[in-house]
Write a protein that binds this ligand. Structure first.
Ligand SMILES: [Zn+2]
Length: 289
């Protein structure tokens, strides 16, 4: 039951990760960005934080077992009593820690129940379902450990769209943790909603033109694939009109012009037009069904 002893320490680690003060945040090594966006995830229904699911799984297990064992023993664990509070702080490593480095929070009921259970290891071992408890607790803890230990993966979002006080655009590179809803710019410190930045990036990208062959790949890579046969059909039916001509110069550099320069020029089409056609088709299919 040593796993139960680890609950307070892991909860403290998780709080650090969630506050964005983890290793990849405060300590920047090898030129990596010191920015860690908020580990918040907004779904259509509610806002959740990293580890919510694992935490509630752990809570269900620990509280269930605390109730059952306390009933068996005919005792009531003194939650928020000095003994359990002190045990949690000791297990967290709070004692002797520089209070400036960490947000010190009141030990939660989960942490106190976990150390209370850990203190009854002999009674727990005697329990016929002890193995079950062990499996449940280690499973939930493994999930939490994964969150805490995982190096935060950052993806490139685009240039910061903020306007600085001197009127120039910020333009600093924004990188964001997968699944994050907000990102703070490391240069101007302004927070942006990831969805908004993606929206304007998409709008800018929709003005780019590609050959039909490239459009198959490009639409696939942005998660809205349009089949080659569909693209050629739209072209035949003149629903898709070219926006220019693409050709390669002697250095292999691709240029797009509004007229064909030589016989090797290939027609290009605006990806925004393709996506709009695809959406219209989808709506038509949806209403026909
Ligand atoms: Zn900025």
């Amino acid at each position: 039951m040593t796993d139960l002893q680890d609950v307070p320490g892991l909860c403290a680690e998780l709080a650090i990760t969630r506050a964005g003060l983890g290793r990849t945040g405060a300590v920047s090594a090898g030129g990596r960005s010191a920015e860690t966006p908020l580990p918040v995830r907004a779904t259509r229904y509610r806002t959740t934080m990293q580890g919510d699911r694992a935490l509630s799984r752990l809570e269900t297990t620990v509280h269930g077992w605390t109730r059952a064992l306390a009933e068996d023993l005919g005792v009531t664990p003194f939650i928020d009593g000095p003994h359990l509070l002190a045990l949690v702080r000791e297990r967290r490593g709070d004692i002797g820690r520089d209070p400036g480095t960490l947000p010190l929070t009141q030990p939660t009921e989960l942490e106190q129940a976990a150390v209370w259970l850990a203190g009854h290891r002999h009674q727990l071992r005697a329990h016929e379902a002890a193995h079950e408890l062990l499996v449940e607790v280690s499973g939930a803890l493994a999930e939490l450990r994964y969150l805490v230990d995982r190096p935060i993966e950052l993806r490139y979002l685009g240039p910061c769209p903020a306007t600085l006080t001197d009127g120039r655009g910020c333009g600093a590179e924004l990188r964001v943790q997968r699944g994050a809803s907000w990102v703070r710019c490391g240069r101007c410190r302004i927070q942006h909603e990831v969805a908004e930045i993606e929206k304007s990036a998409r709008a800018a990208a929709e003005n780019l033109s590609y050959t039909l062959a490239d459009l198959v790949q490009v639409t696939t890579s942005i998660g809205q694939p349009v089949a080659k046969t569909t693209l050629y059909r739209w072209k035949r039916e003149h629903r898709l009109e070219p926006t220019g001509w693409q050709h390669r110069d002697e250095h292999g550099v691709v240029r797009i012009t509004d007229h064909p320069i030589d016989d090797s020029a290939v027609r290009v089409y605006r990806i925004g037009d393709v996506l709009a056609l695809a959406r219209r088709n989808q709506i038509a299919r949806g209403s026909a069904a």
